[in-house]
Ligand binder design. Structure first.
Ligand SMILES: C[S@@+](CC[C@H](N)C(=O)[O-])C[C@H]1O[C@@H](n2cnc3c(N)ncnc32)[C@H](O)[C@@H]1O
Length: 321
């Protein structure tokens, strides 16, 4: 009995500590949002939103959990763990997605691109776009955009630019094309007469067909100068059995998150419809872990993964005219 009491006391202490940590994180996050520094970044849609809704899962925080981050809450972890049970390699897939982002940004930089618009940024983690780009070219300018209040609260980590470069964060939604393209930070940091790298990495599968993500993306692509590149990844069920796909979609839906995995051909259409002046770079539309271009080979961690384990495609396309 005494032993059981000890165990229960231990469990209670762990739960108390966890609840305390979560409450502390929410408080810190809210404070950070309230302390938002209007001088260093422009907001896309007015006041920073502080409603973190920690009781329901959020895509950015579930992804943070997959990457081993600490910026997630019990609801995020519960949903993410359900996904891990169905797809045990989802964390490897998330890491492969980050490595793709690094390779693609280095490729864009090797083409001379110095301006990056990264929509669906995610919670800051290792090798954020500005860190990769500014390591190669310190003068690179990066504008991050996300619609998740949790990302907003961490935006300062995204603003740590090299002295020669610039970074900014815009709190806005991908659907609001004009809000993003007209945001003061975008206008200040991005010269649309010059080539831009537009990143929509692991974003478009959160948009159902009814939102017409193809038309929305097209509006961004049209704003870009020749020589610009589009960098994207997208979840696909081409290599996933239907019952797993349905179960995973159900987990996200239960948390109010839409997941629209798409086929190889559909994802290719995001890159180019064939006669729109855009051309695929590198190997075309391939499994995220297989995409490479230029001199940088794919590393061993990626070579070890199968297409089914990664569950998505990577695309880099460039604008010819
Ligand atoms: C899976 S994370 C990807 C993060 C990062 N791009 C990467 O690939 O490592 C998806 C991000 O997209 C953001 N997001 C989802 N829907 C969005 C929307 N409609 N507008 C802006 N951001 C969105 C989420 O908040 C989340 O931070």
């Amino acid at each position: 009995m005494a032993e059981n009491a000890d165990v229960n006391a231990g469990v209670d202490a762990v739960i108390d500590a966890e609840v305390g940590a979560v409450e502390g994180a929410v408080e810190a996050a809210d404070e950070a949002a309230v302390d938002w520094d209007w001088a260093t970044a422009e907001e896309g849609d007015g006041e920073p939103r502080t409603e973190l809704r920690t009781d329901v899962p959020h895509p950015a925080r579930m992804y943070d959990y997959y990457l081993g981050g600490k910026d997630n809450f019990p609801a995020d972890r519960a949903a993410a763990e359900q996904v891990v049970k169905l797809i045990p390699t989802v964390q490897d897939a998330a890491r492969a997605n980050r490595r793709f982002l690094g390779r693609a940004v280095r490729y864009a930089s090797s083409l001379g691109i110095r301006q990056f618009l990264d929509i669906g940024t995610g919670i800051p983690t290792a090798e954020n776009t500005h860190e990769v780009a500014q390591r190669l070219a310190p003068e690179s300018r990066i504008v991050y955009v996300d619609n998740d209040p949790m990302v907003l609260t961490h935006a300062r980590a995204l603003l740590s630019s090299t002295p020669r470069g610039r970074t900014a964060y815009v709190d806005a939604d991908f659907h609001d094309v004009d809000t993003i393209l007209d945001a003061a930070a975008v206008k200040e940091l991005i010269d649309f007469e010059q080539p831009v790298a537009l990143l929509v990495v692991a974003l478009l599968h959160f948009l159902p067909d009814s939102d017409d993500p193809f038309a929305l993306l097209d509006r961004y692509k049209q704003a870009l100068a020749p020589g610009s590149v589009l960098i994207l990844t997208h979840g696909s069920s081409d290599h996933t059995p239907q019952e797993i796909r349905d179960a995973v979609t159900g987990i996200y839906q239960a948390g109010g998150i839409t997941i629209a995995t798409r086929t190889h051909d559909e994802i290719r259409r995001f890159g180019t419809s064939g006669d729109d002046g855009w051309e695929l770079a590198g190997p075309g539309v391939v499994s995220i872990n297989e995409w490479q271009a230029g001199d940088e080979p794919v590393g061993d961690e990626d070579l070890r993964l199968t297409r089914a384990e990664v569950g998505g495609y990577g695309v880099v396309a460039f604008k010819k005219s």
